[in-house]
Design a protein around this ligand. Sequence first.
Ligand code: IPD
Ligand code: CA
Ligand code: CA
Length: 266
Amino acid sequence: MARSALLNVMVQAAMKAGKSLTRDFGEVQNLQVSLKGPGDYVSQADRKAEKIVREELLKARPTYGFLGEESEEIKGTDGSHRWIVDPLDGTTNFLHGIPVFGVSIALQRGSEIVAGVVYNPASDELYTAEKGGGAFVNDRRLRVSARKNLSDSVIGCGVPHLGRPQHGKFLVQLRHVMGEVAGIRRMGSVAIDLAYVAAGRLDGFWEEYLHPWDYAAGIILIREAGGFISGMKGEADFLEGGDICAGNEHIHKALLDVANRPVPKA
Ligand code: IPD
Ligand code: CA
Ligand code: CA
């Protein structure tokens, strides 16, 4: 599998940040048992990982813009390229010693995402994709699942929690979806969820009220693995929208239909 120079830069940045997160994850597991808990420590680990990614990417392409979760946006003098980065997606898992989290890096050209990397340092799984080149986990080519029916499908989702909006709306969606599928999963990292859809592990996924850095890399992973991803209304222009639905051609459509069913009358 040949990677472009740009994708190599992204991979290096993700792996360097991943090493730093791995060291900090070990420490978090020790801090679990302390009274103060690992909260502050995790915020520092998060910011440190973003600094590493940001320095690596801007060193390689100083004129590109940079949108990361943990720092001020840099507009960049090159108006057509922007990095979109979540240095630690799955913070709650990380904080609780659950090894499902990742570094997510996407490259936007114009209005399109043209390359993406998601790295889970705990499982050493590196997901990569670039436009026209296919999607991979490490060296293995990815393909979305071939299931045609929701009744055979395992569907991932995000569950709102304290401080997040629309608990009632989510419960209505869940009520509709859970009655039609073989299983529901809540992994706790959108970046990993979307990589799992690309890998055919999850047949579909939906979540609302996200940010572009949560799913920008996932967009190209899924499309290059032959899948579909859109906003919750099926719209193709959803990068800034925050709502996403993904799957293969059949499951993406079926999931949109079921999740958008109106609230049942009492
Ligand atoms: C969160 C995770 C989680 C999702 C949340 C995200 P963070 O990102 O992806 O799975 O349900 O909506 O905000 O805070 O861990 O970077
Ligand atoms: Ca995130
Ligand atoms: Ca994050």
